[in-house]
Structures are given as C-alpha cells and as structure tokens.
Design a protein around this ligand. Structure first.
Ligand code: 5GP
Length: 194
C-alpha cells in the first residue's frame, strides 16, 4: 500500500535493526485518514470473504480494526492484555510473548463476544515473530470460530512470524512488508507476498 509505505519512509524511525517506531500515526498519535484508507484496503483484499467479526489486540490494533469494521459493517472485538488474570469461566485466554517488551502476558476475550458461528478476520499493527497472531488464533480456535485470514499493517519480513504462519496455511495480507531496518534506513519487500 503505497500511501502507508510513503508515511513510514517520511515519519518512521528505525530504533534499532529490529524495531520500527511509528508513533506519529499508529502507535501513539493516530492518523484517522490513513486508518480509514487502511480499513478500506483490508476490506478490498478480503472482499471475497464473509466476515462477521474483526478480532484484534489492545491497543494499537484497535484503530485499523475499527476502520475495517466500519467499512464491512462488522463488530470489532479486542483481546485485553493482563499481567495476571483472575480466574473466570467466562473468558477465552491465551498467552502472548511480547517481542518489544520482552514480557509474557495473558490475553483474554469474553465468551460473550465470539462463538462457533463467527467468521473472523484477525488484525494487528505489526507482525514480527507471530506471537500476538498465534494468541488470537488460539482464542478463535477455543471459540470454535472460523478464521478467514489475518490483516497486518506492517510486517517485518526479516522476522519469521509471517513465514511460519503462511507455512501453517494461514492467509496473511500485509499492507507493507519491511525488508530491513539496517543503518536506520527502512526498505520494503517489493511485492507483498500473500
Ligand atoms: P509478534 O507478536 O508478531 O512477535 O509482534 C507483534 C506485536 O509486537 C505487535 O502487536 C506490536 O505491538 C509489537 N511489535 C513488534 N515489532 C514491533 C516494531 O518494530 N514496532 C512497534 N511499534 N511494535 C512492534
């Protein structure tokens, strides 16, 4: 998605050779117009699917997910992250190891909001090692829901989450795939792989 790539080049900061900071439009301040275009792009790419629910994880997945939900007329459910969950019968839970924070957190979604009739799309801001997506796939599986695929705003192609998930047969649509962040310079994979 050219608009997104241009924005990353203009405003993204390679904090190291592995971490990209995009606080000006996605992770802290949000650019609503760009989010609207992102929602539209996800809707177009998955227009061959009937989607009943958008599933994401707090907090940075919420903005792009909401724009997609608005576009396709589907509710958005976000998994909550907690350090420790009080035991409850009414939650689907999983564990996610955060690559950027180096902590493992429990994530949870109320059983009220996902069920076996749902056709889910999973959305997240970044795909690195695939831990967040794996946790969301686990929660969808616990609900008995069908996952049509995964939409990612920025995939880091030099980390292996995308490769592992695609090998498992998961459909992944990434709007920008970063090839490298070496020497503070952001480069992209030319053709977005599907
Ligand atoms: P994964 O679970 O695929 O290893 O990492 C994805 C999650 O970690 C995303 O939800 C995102 O919040 C965070 N993340 C991973 N890499 C980056 C990065 O380079 N920049 C930012 N801002 N977040 C990242």
């Amino acid at each position: 998605m050219q608009l997104l790539k241009d924005k990353i080049i203009k405003e993204g900061q390679a904090l190291s050779s592995t971490v990209l900071k995009v606080d000006t439009f996605l992770n802290h301040q949000i650019d609503p117009l760009l989010m609207k275009e992102i929602g539209h792009e996800f809707a177009t790419r998955f227009s061959d699917e009937v989607i009943t629910k958008v599933l994401t994880i707090e907090s940075s997945g919420i903005a792009p997910s909401t724009m997609l939900g608005l576009e396709i007329g589907a509710p958005v459910v976000f998994a909550r992250k907690r350090k420790s969950l009080t035991l409850s019968d009414n939650l689907y839970t999983s564990q996610v190891h955060s690559f950027t924070k180096n902590v493992t957190s429990d994530i949870a979604v109320s059983r009220d909001f996902l069920n076996a009739d749902d056709n889910i799309i999973i959305i997240d801001d970044f795909l690195a090692n695939g831990e967040a997506v794996k946790g969301l796939l686990d929660i969808a599986a616990q609900a008995g829901a069908h996952v049509v695929g995964v939409g990612i705003v920025i995939e880091k192609g030099f980390q292996d989450g995308g490769k592992k998930l695609r090998e498992q047969g998961v459909r992944i649509e990434s709007l920008a795939i970063v090839e490298s962040l070496e020497e503070g310079k952001v480069t992209f994979v030319e053709e977005e792989t599907k």
